[in-house]
Write a protein that binds this ligand. Structure first.
Ligand SMILES: [Fe+2]
Ligand SMILES: [Fe+2]
Length: 499
């Protein structure tokens, strides 16, 4: 791989140089690069965007040790791990002493967060994909080993993208495709690095150092999700996988050591590593994602796009002059509906929604109650219920929340905080099949079996290990590794890689 100079790598085409990266159509590019075979024009535009982004990040202060001091990196990561461990201990102590949650105002905010981070988390590990092309270079092994672990070595239950997809499917936190542009920054960065590993190689190493390290936000998110009855496994998994003693942070450091050239280009190379590290910092702005949540506005927006069939039993429930579903699908009607819910006593602001007149039509504590007796039983999604419950529990004057009892579907697992070790959490987690990945019907399974057999046959028929690995690597890109053939290809690749 050639090592271009930093100036050459960051040079954006003249026609785009004047446009700030923040104005780029991030969502459109993200979706284009999420295709199995991205359009060449989109790939070129993404590389231009990243080059401009790197120019922007160059203005930020460097936080890595000075270039040329390899040993300082080890100390830097160890100090960071210690610092985060200490901060987390302090957080737990504060919470046990009665401090409020730090990340999520309530369950709805937590579910919103899962959606807000989806573009980044559904491309987890993607920045390492380009490393596969250099599978036979010993120096690349730490990067490839990390990528394979992100992919769960082809085991669906361990593939980070599959796990995150299952999480948002289980809680109805989909719909991320309609998020505002800035939500796609991190994901687009990762997909661009995946497809332009050669051009941005030192930056990729730096980005990996930033992404694969102990992360306080992941620990706090796990604690608070668990507390709100939402499966924290995706986050506890990262707390253990990314640690700097034996985990991905340690491999990231090994990659830096083994891939930094030892000649006159070293200083330039490390400057670009640093730029990649800062790029990760810029792309992972959790605070900005969390602050994008406004409870009342989200609730009104959810009601304004809701659509209910005419024959739904909810039509028998009248609120004001209309049947309940007639208030939906209209942005002007949503605020009026909320006022009526309050003025007609369907919900009492500042009180537990589970005890309200509205909730008596949604769920019953008596398991023998027939579904027909609850006309609103299937009306709301989990996210809509969380929004309604959190809004109800907030007093209409002021911002303090009344104590909230979980009123939606029973939590999958609530461990006494802090969350249990990942393995224990995992054992008790409920897991469905991988949605969208495996067919429902017999013919679908037959087609899948044929597809997998075909792949196996093609690998067996390969003339060399190189040919087989190239075939497998083509199926292990960010768009494919979590599908059935991608998972199988990853299992085979892992075997060949470790042989
Ligand atoms: Fe991951
Ligand atoms: Fe990781």
């Amino acid at each position: 791989m050639t090592q271009e100079s930093a100036a050459a790598a960051y040079a954006a085409p003249t026609r785009r140089a004047a446009a700030p990266a923040s104005n780029a159509p991030l969502r459109k590019l993200y979706l284009a690069l999420s295709e199995a075979a991205p359009d060449p024009a989109a790939l070129a535009a993404a590389a231009d965007w990243l080059a401009v982004r790197l120019q922007e990040s160059a203005a930020a202060a460097s936080s890595l040790p000075a270039p040329g001091h390899g040993a300082a990196f080890t100390a830097f990561l160890a100090a960071r791990q210690d610092e985060i461990d200490e901060q987390y201990k302090q957080y737990v102590a504060e919470r046990r002493a009665g401090a409020p949650r730090r990340m999520f105002s309530g369950r709805a905010h937590a579910l919103y967060y899962l959606k807000a981070i989806a573009p980044t988390r559904l491309t987890d590990g993607a920045w390492l994909y380009g490393a596969l092309a250099r599978w036979n270079e010993p120096a690349m092994r730490p990067l490839i080993a990390t990528y394979l672990e992100e992919l769960g070595n082809g085991v669906p239950d361990k593939n980070h993208v599959v796990i995150f997809q299952q999480l948002i499917d289980a809680h109805g936190s989909n719909g991320w495709q309609r998020l505002a542009e800035h939500h796609f920054d991190g994901g687009l960065t990762q997909l661009t690095l995946a497809h332009h590993a050669e051009r941005f190689f030192p930056e990729l190493i730096g980005y990996n150092l930033g992404a694969e390290r102990a992360d306080l936000d992941a620990q706090i998110a796990a604690y608070e999700l668990n507390e709100l009855g939402i499966d924290p496994y995706y986050f506890t998994l990262h707390v253990s996988a990314d640690n700097s003693i034996t985990g991905h942070a340690s491999l990231a450091l090994d990659a830096l050591r083994s891939l930094t050239p030892n000649d006159e280009t070293t200083a330039g190379f490390l400057r670009r590593v640093d730029a990649g590290y800062r790029l990760h910092h810029l792309a992972a702005d959790n605070a900005a994602l969390l602050s994008g949540f406004a409870l009342r506005a989200e609730l009104e927006a959810a009601l304004a796009v809701k659509n209910v069939a005419l024959y739904h039993p909810a039509n028998t429930v009248r609120i004001g002059a209309r049947a309940l579903p007639e208030w939906f699908g209209d942005s002007e009607a949503a605020p009026q509906l909320l006022e009526l819910l309050e003025s007609e006593g369907w919900l009492v602001r500042g009180e537990d929604a589970a005890a309200s007149r509205l909730w008596a039509l949604i769920e019953s504590a008596d398991p023998d109650t027939p579904a027909e007796a609850l006309p609103l039983a299937s009306l709301f999604t989990e996210y809509e219920l969380a929004l309604l419950a959190d809004w109800a529990s907030t007093p209409s004057q002021g911002t303090a929340h009344a104590p909230v009892r979980l009123v939606t579907t029973p939590p999958r697992r609530i461990n006494p905080a802090p969350p249990a070790a990942p393995e224990r959490v995992r054992e008790s987690a409920e897991r469905g099949i991988i949605r969208h990945r495996f067919p429902d019907d017999e013919h679908g399974w037959e087609a899948l079996a044929n597809e997998l057999s075909l792949l196996e046959a093609r690998i067996v028929a390969s003339n060399s290990k190189e040919e087989a690995i190239a075939l497998l690597a083509a199926l292990m890109g960010p768009a494919r590794h979590h599908a059935s053939t991608g998972l199988m290809a990853t299992r085979m690749f892992s075997q060949l890689f470790s042989a």
